[in-house]
Design a protein around this ligand. Structure first.
Ligand SMILES: [Fe+2]
Length: 159
């Protein structure tokens, strides 16, 4: 798949950083900003509708809301500071911004772990409704996308 290929850090090693930045914004930043509120809406719904079910993902909406706010803030920081430095539109040193972004990733990975725990490794219980199943599928895709995103920034963009 073309998209999978272009997410592979190996494909970006020789390319200009500006090109990678444009790719990251269009493939990840915009998509996260669009998907997170929708996932939050579904998480809230599942938690409310199935509150009596022993497999209900209790606390999911709250963790997801924190993750969402955190990622949106991180993206803003990337776009306003780091990316213009890395594409050499500004001459300041990017080191402190890179350090702060890496701390964000540690935090984001911890939050993803909490989510994975709450949703039982994305395994829906037998008889789960369509919304519940869809939510877990989408959360698992989100986790993979965030991993690809962090991998591209840490290993190629920041190097
Ligand atoms: Fe980032």
């Amino acid at each position: 798949m073309k998209e999978e290929l272009s997410r592979n850090p190996e494909n970006w090693k020789e390319k200009p950083k500006k090109e990678l930045i444009d790719f990251i914004i269009s493939q990840f930043h915009l998509s996260f900003k669009e998907r997170l509120p929708k996932l939050l809406f579904f998480a809230d719904k599942v938690e409310n509708v199935h509150s009596e079910n022993e497999d209900c993902p209790r606390g999911l909406a709250s963790v997801l809301q924190n993750l969402s706010l955190f990622i949106i803030d991180h993206i803003k920081h990337d776009e306003e500071n780091l990316f213009s430095l890395l594409s050499k539109e500004r001459s300041e040193n990017a080191d402190s911004f890179i350090e702060s972004a890496k701390n964000d990733y540690t935090n984001i990975k911890e939050q993803l772990k909490s989510i994975r725990h709450i949703v039982n490794d994305y395994k829906t219980p037998a008889g789960a409704c369509g919304t519940w199943t869809f939510l877990y599928q989408q959360l698992e895709i989100l986790e993979k996308d965030i991993e690809d995103y962090i991998n591209l920034e840490e290993n190629i963009l920041f190097s």
